[in-house]
Design a binder for this molecule. Sequence first.
Ligand SMILES: [Fe+2]
Ligand SMILES: [Fe+2]
Length: 152
Amino acid sequence: MNDTIYDALRESHELQRSLLRKLLRSKPGTQERIALFREVRIELEAHEAAEERYLYAPILMDDAGLSSSRHALHEHHEIDELVEDVQKLDPTGDAWLEKAKELSKEVHHHLREEESRFFQVSGKILGDAQKKTLAGKYRRDYARMHRKLAAE
Ligand SMILES: [Fe+2]
Ligand SMILES: [Fe+2]
């Protein structure tokens, strides 16, 4: 199988883009909005954890990957804080939509930066065999995190 860590990560990124699009289009106060937000929250958390473990931790060990991994982990933290902010707001209000838009903007910025910069930086650090091994490890941890978070 030619699946690399980048194929696996891009699949999650596409899912996030699609979920965020649906979330921002959802009607205030509907079950759909509540369910979509839960999906977004779980997807972001599962992806961030598995990506930190199987993309950023390995490249953090290399001097050339230090700044990119730090930057990405910082953005993950900012995204987590925005998720918490949205969660505290009333899903029928204007403030909710404003905060959800901010979250979507931050996630889109982060995904673009990963796809256009951090994947290239890490691509020079990781070997071909490692890129394949990490894909399997990422997928297993991502699925496990999804199951764990969905059960909470
Ligand atoms: Fe990320
Ligand atoms: Fe990512």
